[in-house]
Design a protein around this ligand. Structure first.
Ligand code: SAM
Ligand code: SF4
Length: 334
């Protein structure tokens, strides 16, 4: 193994080949589970990575073995130079993907096609207009729903991210799965995770087990298929026989998938997080701006990665409010 590969391999032998880059802390929605009601204090513009800095940091990771980059945020597409950033990153030898709330995704179809970006994850937590307005604090359900149809029609691989919250949308699980009967979508049910200011409570969690209970009650055992998961997949994948699409559960809270974790995160202000649940960060932007090498900083951050959820290795630990002293999700990049 070359020395360059080693800096992204942690003490548990996990190779970090997947970088998630947050392009912005800003968003055109205000999802209650992601952004505190009072909003967040945004980093000064001068602290946000420029597109050249994003490219320089991304290239450093790619030179050391990263093969996949996902753009996220905040809402990545609200950044004025989003198309330029995508075009620049697409020149690297990587698979480029994006996670978006879908509100303005229709404006980027030509860019996606031009650069060969095929994998698009769109967030949608309810199939009901009013419930969507409630959860996102904005009224864009129709626009997002239509844009999802458009992306599928245009041939993109679309996954829908649906954060499940008890008493809000667990009664829509089957409705979401039924969308996959005729549409080649993947629905991904995500267990609600705690972040700063999002009023997380174990009582609000809809677990993998609860999702499967509903599925077993609705579908005949012989028509319900457990699919093979791709290596490093965070989702457990399923399909109803004969349906065009699939569904999956991301059980970060009740069944973490840390053993096969291959991802690290770069925040919009240039901080490297070695785990979504990590409360510490490594500053890459300052040394980059000072003209120093960031290789050692990256290596140290990867070496410091803990085995499970940055030390939150039991469900009990989620009950400690101090464990939620992370950034808000909007400022991390989910
Ligand atoms: N704005 C884009 C979007 O909404 O898809 C990208 C950024 S968003 C932070 C990325 C993903 O994180 C979304 O799918 C969102 O549902 C998920 N997310 C945000 N807060 C979460 C939480 N508390 N628990 C689980 N998933 C969360
Ligand atoms: Fe914005 Fe996405 Fe967070 Fe919703 S989940 S507030 S769309 S960043």
């Amino acid at each position: 193994m070359t020395e360059s590969k080693n800096i992204l391999t942690d003490t548990f032998g996990r190779k970090h080949t997947y970088l998630r880059i947050s392009l912005t802390e800003r968003c055109n929605l205000r999802c209650t589970y992601c952004m505190p009601a009072a909003g967040i204090s945004l980093s000064p513009k001068s602290h946000i990575m420029t597109y050249e800095e994003i490219y320089a940091i991304a290239k450093e990771f790619v030179d050391h073995g990263v093969t996949k980059i996902r753009l996220t945020g905040g809402e990545p597409l609200v950044r004025k130079d989003a198309a330029l950033i995508m075009e620049k990153l697409a020149s690297l030898p990587i698979e480029l993907a994006i996670t978006t709330n879908g509100v303005i995704v229709d404006k980027f179809i030509d860019t996606f096609k031009k650069i060969g970006l095929k994998k698009i994850n769109v967030s949608l937590d309810s199939l009901n207009t009013d419930k969507n307005t409630f959860i996102t604090r904005r009224d864009y359900f129709k626009k997002v729903y239509d844009n999802i149809q458009l992306l599928v029609k245009e041939g993109f691989e679309v996954k829908i991210n649906c954060v499940l919250i008890k008493g809000f949308n667990e009664n829509e699980i089957i409705d979401f799965i039924e969308l996959t009967k005729t549409q080649a979508l993947q629905i991904r049910f995500i267990e609600f995770m705690p972040f700063d200011g999002n009023k997380w409570d174990l009582e609000k969690l809809v677990s993998l087990e609860e999702v499967l209970k509903q599925v077993y009650a609705k579908y005949d055992a012989s028509s319900f298929i457990r699919l093979d998961d791709a290596p490093n997949d965070t989702a457990k994948n399923y399909q109803i026989k004969g349906y065009k699409g699939t569904f999956a559960v991301i059980s970060s809270v009740t069944n973490p998938f840390c053993d096969s974790c291959n991802r690290v995160r770069l925040t919009a202000n240039g901080q490297l997080k070695n785990c979504l649940f990590s409360t510490t960060e490594s500053d890459l932007l300052t040394p980059l701006r000072e003209g120093k090498s960031i290789t050692t900083v990256i290596g140290k951050a990867v070496q410091a990665k803990q085995k499970v959820r940055s030390g939150m290795d039991t469900l009990e630990k989620f009950k400690d409010p101090d464990s939620h002293n992370n950034r808000s999700m909007i400022a991390i990049g989910g």
